[in-house]
Design a protein around this ligand. Structure first.
Ligand code: ZN
Length: 297
């Protein structure tokens, strides 16, 4: 009998901190984001007031992602969904929204002027462009430019303040810290890439259009409208790389890179990784800037 009581007491002692931990976690606002860099942004502004879940798992592509049944279930408990305009959202946002009609959907890319997805054209082909005005999609990779992340940060701040008005001032203070960090990072990236003229970098999937635009670089994509290039197009890319003394072809972990390897082989260069979807967002951009710079020595 005594043994039973003390065992129950011991169990109670173990459970109390567990429950305390749980109720503390439950006080956080459950929110969803589409991709890992957004987790970085929302956590900068929400700190420990938010619990952020990411839809597109590490290694998956936000262009083709399909949410898992467990994620659709988890959505029913979320208070806010931070959309960013990546391709899979187009197909899923209605379903995501109907999984939890009470959940607020925030378009963090609101207020950003998007540019067309980059397609490589050789000089002699430029005339065609006039006959076939932009028919491609707009570039969704707005999280790779610190000035554009400032716009997203503002949208995130507004949404968190609306969802949790009792912590308005905390969110505001965190937001200000985040923006000053973005200003510093922007200056740092300018510093790394300064004096490089119109540096060209070749990349399989053209995720770096806004980054290139912000820092005066030129992105030369290998992928053409989401597909591997045809042999004739590949030949032109190889010629272009030779002409411009490009020695590195960038790829990202989420895409296959056969044609990138082929170009690298033909120009006697190498393939290198830059990840547009890393969680450690700021450090990742610093690294990417250094790699782009080193690629044209
Ligand atoms: Zn992409």
């Amino acid at each position: 009998m005594r043994k039973g009581v003390s065992r129950a007491l011991a169990l109670f002692m173990v459970m109390v901190p567990l429950f305390a931990g749980n109720s503390w976690a439950a006080a956080r606002i459950p929110v969803f984001v589409s991709i890992l860099p957004q987790k970085f942004f929302v956590e900068r502004i929400g700190k420990d007031l938010v619990d952020v879940q990411v839809m597109v798992a590490p290694g998956a592509s936000p262009h083709t992602y399909e949410p898992k049944p467990a994620q659709m279930a988890a959505l029913s408990k979320a208070q806010v969904y931070f959309a960013i305009g990546v391709t899979f959202e187009r197909a899923w946002l209605t379903k995501i929204s109907s999984a939890n009609p009470g959940m607020k959907i925030v378009h963090t890319d609101q207020g950003i002027q998007k540019i067309p997805m980059a397609v490589h054209r050789h000089e002699e082909e430029k005339d065609d462009e006039r006959e076939h005005p932009d028919h491609g999609a707009l570039d969704p990779h707005v999280w790779l430019s610190p000035p554009l992340v400032m716009v997203q940060a503002r949208n995130i701040l507004t949404a968190l303040q609306e969802a949790d008005p009792s912590h308005r001032s905390e969110y505001e203070a965190n937001y200000k810290d985040f923006v000053s960090m973005l200003v510093d990072l922007d200056g740092e990236l300018r510093g790394i890439l300064a004096g490089k003229g119109r540096l060209q970098f070749m990349v399989f999937h053209p995720a770096w259009g806004y980054f290139a635009h912000s820092y005066g670089l030129e992105q030369v994509p290998i992928e053409i409208e989401g597909k591997e290039p045809k042999p004739a197009q590949l030949k032109k890319l190889i010629e272009h790389a030779r002409e411009h003394q490009i020695k590195v072809v960038f790829v990202q972990p989420q895409f296959s890179s056969r044609s990138a390897e082929q170009v690298a082989r033909e120009i006697g260069g190498r393939v290198a990784f830059v990840d547009p979807l890393a969680l450690n967002w700021a450090e990742n951009l610093r690294e990417a800037a250094s790699k782009f710079k080193a690629a044209v020595k």
